[in-house]
Design a binder for this molecule. Structure first.
Ligand SMILES: [Zn+2]
Length: 623
């Protein structure tokens, strides 16, 4: 694919949760909760209101038409601010300072004064019907290396925002949300549309993620960072793809979106050639399916249809791997709480007979060149969904619609809603503006993970291991111990051994800094050999509360060997006191031979040497 010929431009928006103590507009902790721990639930319907400019946002209008009910789970770690029963508190200063630091790392200009705005979000993910957002900085850049060449990508804006609710379940007509995530501070970083290929999109997202993690103050794990990708091609349209959770598929998402838009443009040209048109009438075709074998159609209250003139064969056409134009129509039906649609390009099938298809076409006076789309369910929902599908089908004659789409795991995307218009932002009057002071601008830029990794490579780690350790929450622990033990041994304890144990099925997720510290201290003091670290960590994975003594006892054989060794050395030193007096510290080597003859393979040589040395020194002092 020649992306520059296609006129591809891509911009990325990264949303990263910040690891602050409190939420953005209240004092609640930023912790993840299990919905089963919820102590209170309530529900809301959301309605759209005109903005201060007197307009209703188009995305908001469509959501209201869907008429869904939103259920919220609250906890003992959420308050009345999350449930929108109380106004927000002042902007969290820790979050603001952190976003200024990130802005500086992205070479951005910081604003003089931060003004909180309300951005209309009416899918229920905010109890207020809007998301609070504040522009903190603008006009920066990052550099990525692509095929050995440095490429600069502009960073347009950095906003500090409140995270939305976590969606727990979508029951179609009802959506269930958890309030634990609502209000966690996040930064939204938007690049300029400077990205020209799928590969470059992935590199830029990777780089931004690395810079964010370098602060050491961002949340980690699935769902804590999300990428939205804005894609357009020449003659196509700007499409925003939301919720890309892993970097691995960003390039594929861009690639598939280009395929989708090119397919839609081809479809447009063909429909124009065919003189196609969309009949906006909605037909009641319940009677056609009175005796049908299709369970879905037989059971439901309303079965209705629209006729797409000249669309025969087009609705079933593939526009993205595994997705047809009809799938786009089905996506729309789903957003209205319906199961999907049927269309004549795929019929007869699904229990619908050839005779029924013929009767359906007759009922709507469709010819061989036409396609008919049917939907079933509650009458009002079916009517609204079909009206929207007819509108979408009509747009096929014009090209690619501007849309917000959802990323699927395989890199394809599904329709979510129209792209919001400009009418969606207005000032949040409950939160006072914050002046940026000189003190706030005075930040210390942390070392980038990529620079740290280079440093670790110089210490002797392989390049991949250096990256893993540099990017891990234990890099400071690594540095502390790498000055006392060989760096490769420390890296083994912090990463390689836990990774191996995990493969064996051990629960290494319970391991914390304390466990690694104890293990490294045991090696450092010679109480265990470096080979013994695996056993210690395995024990901690089973019993995370164990203390040092328990661990050493748990090592069983090793421990009794150690006690035995100490007794053996005590006796030997006593027997050979004369010899020690004569030779002084020179007695060590011959005595070491005696002990090793007994303990080779049972106790690490370094441990034997430590014990023997200590005992000889003690003996010499007392003589
Ligand atoms: Zn709260």
């Amino acid at each position: 694919m020649d992306y520059s010929a296609a006129g591809l431009t891509v911009g990325i928006e990264i949303h990263q949760q910040l690891d602050t103590e409190h939420k953005l507009f209240c004092k609640c902790p930023t912790v993840h909760r299990d919905p089963e721990e919820s102590n209170f639930q309530f529900f809301r319907y959301l309605r759209s209101k005109k903005s201060e400019m007197g307009e209703v946002d188009r995305a908001a209008r469509e959501e209201v038409e869907r008429g869904r009910r939103f259920v919220y789970y609250s906890y003992d770690t959420t308050c009345l601010v999350e449930s929108d029963e109380e106004p927000p508190r002042e902007l969290n200063e820790e979050a603001l300072r952190l976003s200024i630091l990130i802005a500086k790392m992205l070479n951005m200009e910081v604003v003089d004064e931060v003004h909180v705005m309300r951005k209309i979000v009416i899918d229920g993910s905010n109890t207020t019907g809007f998301q609070r957002t504040a522009l903190v900085a603008f006009d920066g850049f990052v550099e990525v290396e692509l095929d050995g060449k440095k490429e600069k990508v502009g960073i347009a804006t950095l906003c500090l925002e409140e995270e939305a609710c976590r969606k727990i379940e979508d029951r179609g007509k009802e959506v269930v949300y958890s309030l634990d995530r609502l209000g966690i501070p996040l930064v939204e970083i938007g690049t300029c549309p400077d990205i020209k290929s799928p590969k470059m999109a992935k590199e830029v997202a990777k780089k931004l993620g690395m810079i964010l993690r370098s602060t050491g103050k961002v949340k980690r794990g699935l769902g804590t960072i999300r990428q939205d990708v804005n894609i357009s091609i020449r003659d196509g349209a700007r499409v925003e793809i939301k919720g890309v959770q892993t970097l691995d598929i960003i390039d594929r998402i861009v690639e598939y979106e280009v395929i989708r838009q090119l397919s839609l443009l081809k479809i447009r040209d063909e429909l124009v050639r065919r003189n196609a048109r969309v009949d906006r009438k909605i037909y009641d075709v319940r009677h056609v399916f009175a005796e049908t074998k299709s369970k879905i159609l037989r059971k439901t209250k309303a079965v209705m249809a629209i006729k797409l003139e000249g669309f025969s064969g087009i609705v079933g056409r593939e526009i993205q791997p595994g997705r047809r134009l009809g799938t786009e129509f089905a996506d729309i039906a789903k957003t209205f709480g319906l199961g999907g649609i049927f269309h004549t390009d795929e019929l007869p099938a699904y229990g619908i007979s050839e005779e029924e298809v013929a009767a359906l076409k007759k009922a709507v006076q469709a010819s061989e060149e036409d396609a008919v789309v049917i939907a079933a369910g509650e009458r009002e929902r079916v009517e609204r969904a079909l009206a929207r599908i007819a509108e979408r089908a009509e747009y096929c004659l014009r090209g690619v619609p501007e849309e917000t789409r959802k990323a699927n795991e395989d890199g394809t995307t599904s329709y979510l809603r129209p792209l919001p218009g400009a009418a969606r932002m207005y000032p949040e009057t409950d939160v006072p503006p914050v002046r940026i002071t000189e003190d706030m601008l005075h930040v210390k830029i942390p070392e980038l993970i990529e620079d740290r990794a280079k440093r670790y490579e110089k210490m002797g780690l392989s390049s991949s291991l250096a990256w893993i350790i540099a990017d891990s929450p234990y890099f400071e622990l690594f540095e502390e111990y790498a000055s006392k033990l060989p760096p490769s041994v420390v890296a083994r304890v912090l990463h390689i051994i836990p990774a191996e144990l995990k493969k064996d099925g051990a629960e290494v997720e319970v391991l914390e800094e304390r466990h690694y510290r104890i293990t490294l201290d045991l090696i450092l003091s010679g109480k265990i050999a470096k080979e013994g670290a695996e056993e210690v960590l395995r024990l901690f994975a089973e019993r995370p509360d164990a203390d040092v003594e328990e661990v050493l006892r748990g090592l069983g054989a090793d421990k009794s060997n150690l006690e035995e060794l100490e007794n053996f050395v005590d006796r030997l030193v006593e027997e050979k006191s004369e010899f020690i007096r004569e030779r002084g510290s020179g007695a060590f080597k011959p005595l070491m031979g005696v002990v090793m003859k007994e303990y080779r393979g049972k106790v690490d040589g370094k441990v034997v040497a430590d014990v023997l040395k200590r005992r000889i020194e003690e003996a010499l002092k007392s003589l």
